[in-house]
Design a protein around this ligand. Structure first.
Ligand code: HEC
Length: 310
């Protein structure tokens, strides 16, 4: 199924040709907070970005960062000792600003994927099955445009989940999104992956910073994408019960040239040790307070910063 941007986001809106100095500054502030994991600065980041957006609602760059800042707030809610109920407002606001971004940049496959993801989260908050389905279809559309990127967005969405409709390991949706992680590896590395021995050292020479496969590798924007991808995929395999394959998938992260400076390397090392005992823990639903006993990456306080923090 295909649909025009008008159906998912609203009618086209012309993006501004230039950003104000203030808007550029607010964007830099966002990236500094994000890539240094300074979650506590989010109220100030949101004020700065919202302020410049209100002065120029046609600034598509600001709309994208503002949406991402709300998504970060929601996604890393595990950082709170007590998650405030109003955290869910960020699903609605992120979805709204992603929609504004997509109205102005209707071919931006990354942001169409983010929009689909947040439509699913918002639908979840409001028990709106139809919105959840439309969100998933939007993710499918984005995945056809750029699978190497959006298969991963889909996986983070499905395994992150919200309280009520968190897909179980034996659900069709969960199995499909895990299958897409194998597909992502095949698209990134250009051949079938041996699932009994999924070591990727033979492909490291393929690293590229151009074209659709650039998102498979670490970059300035996502300095630990390579490590984060394997941490998330390992967690998904553990939840599916295949902890032995998970250990081999986790181990791929160690092949990154910057593994030793990745903040979450100790987490990954512990995941390899605990793989078997995490099978049960990763299948638990969150408590009434919204907290997971043992969050998977996509449910954790590093669900974005796992790839984006320097
Ligand atoms: C599995 C790793 C991974 C995780 C987790 C992740 N990202 Fe990303 N993100 C990437 C990659 C890869 C790119 C593209 C990098 C590039 O273009 O160099 C990206 C790009 C972005 C961009 C820039 C998009 C653009 O095209 O301009 C934003 C904003 C962003 N991510 C926000 C987030 C937020 C918010 C979260 C958490 C909800 C998140 N990311 C989680 C890997 C990740």
């Amino acid at each position: 199924m295909t649909f025009s941007v008008g159906v998912i986001a609203g009618p086209y809106k012309e993006p501004s040709e230039q950003q104000s100095e203030e808007a550029i500054g607010a964007g830099i502030f966002f990236w500094q907070a994000f890539q240094n994991g300074l979650y506590h600065l989010l109220p100030d980041v949101l004020n700065a970005l919202t302020g410049v957006y209100l002065r120029d609602p046609n600034d598509s760059i600001t709309a994208g960062y503002l949406a991402a800042a709300h998504a970060w707030k929601l996604s890393e809610r595990a950082r709170f000792d007590e998650i405030p109920p109003t955290i869910t407002d960020h699903a609605t606001l992120a979805r709204k600003y992603f929609a504004e971004k997509v109205r102005m940049e209707p071919d931006n496959s990354h942001f169409i994927g983010f929009l689909g993801s947040l439509m699913m989260s918002e639908g979840d908050v409001h028990a709106d099955e139809r919105l959840i389905k439309r969100g998933f279809k939007t993710l499918l559309k984005a995945s056809r445009m750029h699978p190497e990127f959006n298969y991963v967005t889909t996986a983070l969405t499905i395994s992150g989940g919200m309280a009520e409709s968190l897909p179980t390991a034996d659900s069709k949706l969960y199995k499909l999104s895990l299958e897409w992680q194998w597909d992502t590896m095949e698209l990134c590395f250009g051949e079938d992956i041996d699932r009994d021995s999924p070591d990727v050292s033979a492909y490291l020479h393929m690293e590229t910073h151009d074209g659709p496969q650039s998102v498979c590798w670490n970059s300035e924007i996502a300095p630990h994408k390579f490590e984060g991808f394997f941490l998330n995929m390992g967690d998904m395999l553990v939840k599916a019960g295949d902890w032995q394959t998970a250990q081999k998938i986790y181990a791929n992260a160690r092949l990154s040239k910057t593994y030793n400076v990745w903040q979450f390397a100790p987490v990954l090392e512990q995941r390899i040790v605990d793989a078997e005992i995490n099978v049960d823990l990763f299948n638990k639903h969150p408590g009434p307070n919204g907290k997971f006993e043992k969050p998977m990456m996509a449910q954790s306080e590093f669900s974005c910063t796992g790839c984006h923090q320097h």
